[in-house]
Design a protein around this ligand. Structure first.
Ligand code: UDP
Length: 380
């Protein structure tokens, strides 16, 4: 197939990301499979990205993730500068068949406003948008813009303007799912893990409280705002409190962190992350938000670790209660479910991941959407 896609991963982190990274992880997983399927990929991201692609477009030499903590207007400025670079590139050439955009409303509106010369756009939603209808208020030029979600539940909650442009959803994937059904069951330790950004929506405070009450060992892995290591947060002192996630951690989670029953490791990456997850007896998601896509959920399944979670957002789409994990509407029940997680067969989790959550499954679905979007978007 001869299709050239400009993949916009945004200005925040390099692709693949050094540790934590949502959108950047998705792009790093998707692109190699697309290229195997014959798609040419032009990557718009930061200069420090190392993902092999056919061409690159960069405005910033390094990631601007730390700038996310700045006032919103500055964040928009960075985003706009990145987008101007993308749009300049699009104006300068005519071989781009489609833009696969992962960034946000600013990007979408800019691309849509390019006029009839703009290529078709498929925009992937990465967030829970129910509370942010204004972000996507203006889809001018929307004839060429189509939208996909990362779960059915995310799309169902999205503002009407987005649903009007929707072409369905594509679940997230992980390279760990490849051959997961052929791997042996890992030796399980006695710890439970919460993998993800430390954030009220992810509910580490709930998990930490339940760990003390129900008596299980809990390991928290993930960044606290811009702080990737516990010593960095300590060194920041009071200044850290300017960041809302750091405030949440210091006030709601840290009181439970005793280094024994509950530990915070900071960001873990690579083999360390995989070993931590594979060795856990359960992967806990005490969610307080509607999890839109849940990469960490499919990673847990791929590594043979049962998921114990509040049944919010995409969780019921990814996890089958009783077979690959345990779900509840009541967060107070999570402590009991952690105890029962040993009843879930890790081999069943791995089989499910190998069937549903490989990069190949995701890429095939995106190629079908690219073709659909090109067919249905207004003629150039
Ligand atoms: N992650 C990681 N190290 C950490 C915490 C998270 O590598 O210490 C990765 C995690 O494995 C997953 C991604 O960051 O691939 C988080 O994606 P998810 O969709 O679970 O959550 P998001 O933060 O995007 O809401």
């Amino acid at each position: 197939m001869s299709l050239t896609v400009l993949m916009n991963a945004g200005p925040w982190l390099s692709v693949p990301p050094p540790g934590y990274g949502g959108i950047e992880n998705v792009v790093a997983t998707l692109v190699p499979e697309l290229r195997r399927l014959g798609v040419r990929v032009v990557l718009a991201s930061v200069g420090s990205s190392t993902l092999p692609v056919d061409e690159r477009v960069s405005v910033f030499p390094d990631g601007q993730f730390a700038a996310l903590q700045r006032p919103y207007n500055q964040v928009c400025g960075i985003s706009q500068a990145h987008l101007s670079g993308v749009v300049r590139e699009l104006h300068a050439r005519d071989d781009i068949d489609l833009v696969h955009d992962h960034v946000e409303a600013v990007g979408l509106a800019t691309l849509a406003a390019m006029g009839p010369d703009a290529p078709a756009v498929l925009h992937t939603l990465h967030w829970d948008l129910a509370k942010h209808p204004a972000l996507y208020g203006n889809l001018d030029g929307g004839d060429r813009v189509r939208v996909n979600g990362v779960s059915a539940s995310q799309l169902a909650r999205a503002p009407q303007a987005l649903r009007d442009h929707s072409v369905g959803h594509v679940h997230l994937s992980t390279p760990l799912a490849v051959g997961a059904d052929r791997r042996p069951t890992p030796v399980k330790g006695d710890h439970v893990v919460i993998l993800g950004r430390i954030n009220p929506g992810k509910g580490q405070d709930v998990g930490a409280r339940l760990a003390h009450r129900a008596g299980f060992r809990l390991v928290l892995a993930g960044p606290v705002g811009p702080y990737h290591r516990p010593e960095d947060l300590t060194a920041a002192g009071d200044e850290a409190r300017q960041n809302p996630d750091a405030r949440f951690f210091l006030d709601e989670v840290a009181p439970y962190v005793d280094g024994d029953r509950v530990r915070w490791l900071g960001t873990v990456a690579g083999q360390e992350r995989d070993d931590l997850l594979a060795g856990a007896r359960a992967s806990l998601f005490p969610l307080r938000w509607e999890e839109p896509g849940g990469t960490a959920v499919v990673e847990s399944l791929a590594l043979g670790t049962p998921v114990v979670a509040t049944a919010r957002g995409c969780l019921p789409e990814l996890v089958e209660h009783g077979r690959t994990g345990l779900l509840t509407a009541d967060e107070e029940e999570l402590g009991d479910l952690v105890r029962e997680a040993s009843l879930v067969d890790p081999a069943e989790c791995r089989r499910e991941a190998a069937l549903r959550f490989t990069p190949e499954v995701m890429a095939q679905r995106y190629v079908a959407l690219y073709e659909h979007v090109r067919r249905t978007a207004a003629a150039r």
